[in-house]
Design a protein around this ligand. Sequence first.
Ligand code: SF4
Length: 154
Amino acid sequence: MFLLLRDLRRARRDAALPRGPRGALQLRHVDAGSCNGCEHELGAASGPAYDLSRFGISITASPRHADVLLVTGPVTGGMRVALERAYEAMSEPRLVAALGDCALGCGPFRRSPEAAGRLEDVLPVDVRIAGCPPSPDAIAAGLIPLLDRRAGAG
Ligand code: SF4
């Protein structure tokens, strides 16, 4: 019974997601100064309930293997160079995703002296996933269309 309910919930969630993804997508996640709320939701999106790997989306440890640089948090002064180096290490075509309101506009840290700015001020951003933090559904809905975009570029 429990399994049936879980499968039903998953089927409902999947029905609301964008259709027709192809190929696979490797994400290199960089925490540029997050409070870890966005990482919590990213972990949930990768876990068994949402399971982004079903769509061919997984997280890689190296930017050299990554298709997408997925950034959380406001860009702090201490992380700016590390972020730029991760981007430079990626091969073309490469995409950048801003995950959460902090990456989009510094969120609650906008007046912090540690915040160097929005992700957009440092790197070209291809996809914006809003929320504080974004839900696993929002993360999936933001990332899945990149499969088609990536397939089109390849
Ligand atoms: S968007 Fe919200 S949850 Fe994510 S890092 Fe910023 S404050 Fe934390």
